[in-house]
Design a protein around this ligand. Structure first.
Ligand code: LLP
Length: 459
């Protein structure tokens, strides 16, 4: 099967009982002669037997291919948004494939550094960076800091001039970190462009906690202050950043954002412009999203049309588009309950703790049985988890083959983004293991939590 991230119309559009569209499976997926799904050259049911369930299975070749797509489409500077899925192995992989990494908290920064990612290839985000987070980023010399508020400008100015925080002498005699080189900073601007996605993941509109609003005049004032700091040699002010939202299928809002930003950005003569992340991915049969290359070329064309110089480094920070369809989650079916006149509930051994997206955003997923991955799915069911609340739904309207039974491995595709990264221990359910599979081999990159892990912080 080949991975399509957009392109040709899926053949199954409109019929929910049709087999899962192959484009939703990870890139190296294949269905063997007996109908079972293999990813990375391994039978996924065997993986469930060996490693237990629930289990995140990532196709390593798929992850690498998507990173390469991003680098090819956007060029140097394109950053992987680690919030979508982060562990040491993922940070290493994205770095090996030439991506920068976007980190938005001290924790994400810590993981990226631990993975050996050079600090100058990190971009620090966040609407409320603490003194500690900023100081850590400055001390290691992160590549870029995206400034989000006036308080943050004050904070950076204060930190950089604090002799107690950073040794200001060339010899570093105090043992404190030496005064870092002038950090490269970008200003995050909210351009006032709305995208048609869930309101919780919209960020480019005027009414937002992120960035400096263009309409309110905050953007102009922020740029004035950063230019002033740059004149005094405190920071190097390199660019403007705007992120519109997430799971965006249309390219028009990105073009619109460039049009809106251009008049503000071009006269500043800054060398960098970042359009954030947000490229959507198909989750269910019938959905389509533009490929990475088309996203990049539309943005570039919009920049040219809007009079932004070709010399400007225009980049992005995709998260979901890199990792979402690289993974499937394997669950084991525990109970099948027919509620006459209503529906059939199929309960699996995970739930909102490993994938909170259906509960949070009403997100849709497909469900299938890897033992007959290409089979028709005539039976409507609801896939639910094992948590103690009615809202614990994984797939509200799923369709499965007739012979689904207790003990089956049931899988949901396209779970590589914002599943593991938003997982919780609700009901003291240990978080699943994460595997990378490639060339017939599986390696555990995050081990399954144990019951002991659940009390490791208790005193
Ligand atoms: N850059 C910035 C500044 C962001 O805030 C985000 C995502 C990204 C890049 C990456 O966006 P992506 O390419 O992944 O769409 N938990 C939600 C998504 C939240 C996105 C937050 N920011 C979900 O599960 O749909």
């Amino acid at each position: 099967m080949s991975q399509t991230s957009g392109g040709a119309a899926p053949p199954t559009q409109g019929d929910p009982t049709a087999p899962v569209f192959p484009g939703l499976f990870p890139m190296t997926s294949e269905v063997d002669a007996s109908g079972r799904l293999r990813v990375g050259g391994i039978d996924v049911i065997d993986l469930a037997e060996r490693f237990g369930t629930p289990l995140f299975v990532y196709d390593e070749a798929h992850l690498r291919a998507r990173c390469r797509d991003a680098v090819e489409a956007w060029g140097d500077g394109v950053a992987y948004a680690t919030k979508a899925f982060l562990c040491v192995a993922m940070a290493r992989l994205a770095n090996e494939e030439g991506m920068y990494l976007d980190v938005s908290t001290g924790g994400e920064l810590h993981v990226a550094l631990l993975a050996g990612v050079p600090a100058d290839r990190l971009v620090l985000h966040g609407n409320n960076k603490s003194d500690e987070e900023l100081a850590a980023a400055l001390a290691v010399g992160v590549g870029r800091i995206v400034i989000d508020s006036f308080d943050e400008i004050d904070r950076i100015e204060r930190l950089l001039s604090d002799p107690l925080r950073f040794d200001q002498t060339p010899s570093a005699a105090s043992g404190r970190p030496t005064l870092p080189q002038r950090p490269k900073v970008l200003a995050r601007i909210t351009p006032g462009v709305e995208v048609h996605t869930h309101e919780f993941v919209r960020t480019g509109q005027d009414d937002s906690k992120f960035g400096f609003g263009l309409a309110s005049g905050a953007a102009v004032r922020a740029v004035d202050r950063l230019s002033e700091l740059a004149r005094h040699g405190v920071v190097e002010f390199v660019g403007i950043h705007a992120h519109l939202g997430s799971q965006v299928f249309a390219l028009a809002p990105f073009v619109k954002a460039i049009e809106v930003l251009a008049g503000f950005f071009a006269p500043l003569g800054l060398p960098e412009l970042v359009v954030g992340g947000g490229l959507g991915v198909p989750y269910v049969n019938g959905e389509e999203a533009p490929p990475m290359a088309q996203w990049a070329s539309s943005v570039r064309l919009a920049c040219r049309n809007a009079g932004i110089a070709d010399s400007v480094r225009v980049t992005a920070e995709p998260g979901r588009a890199i990792v979402a369809s690289a993974a499937i989650t394997l669950y084991r079916v525990g109970t099948v309950k027919d509620v006459p006149g209503h529906r059939t509930y199929v309960s699996v051994d995970g739930g909102m703790s490993d994938n909170p997206r259906p509960v949070l955003y009403g997100s849709g997923y497909e469900a299938f049985l890897p033992r007959e991955a290409g089979a028709a799915r005539p039976v409507p069911i609801r896939v639910v988890g094992k948590h103690c609340e009615t809202g614990d739904v994984l797939v509200s309207e799923a369709y499965v083959p007739e012979d689904l039974a207790v003990g089956d491995i049931l899988a949901t595709p396209v779970t590589g983004a914002y599943g593991h990264s938003m997982a919780s221990n609700y009901n003291k359910v240990p978080r699943p293991a994460v595997l990378f599979v490639a060339n017939g081999e599986a390696r555990t990159v995050v081990r399954r939590e144990t019951f002991d892990d659940l009390v490791r912080l208790d005193l």
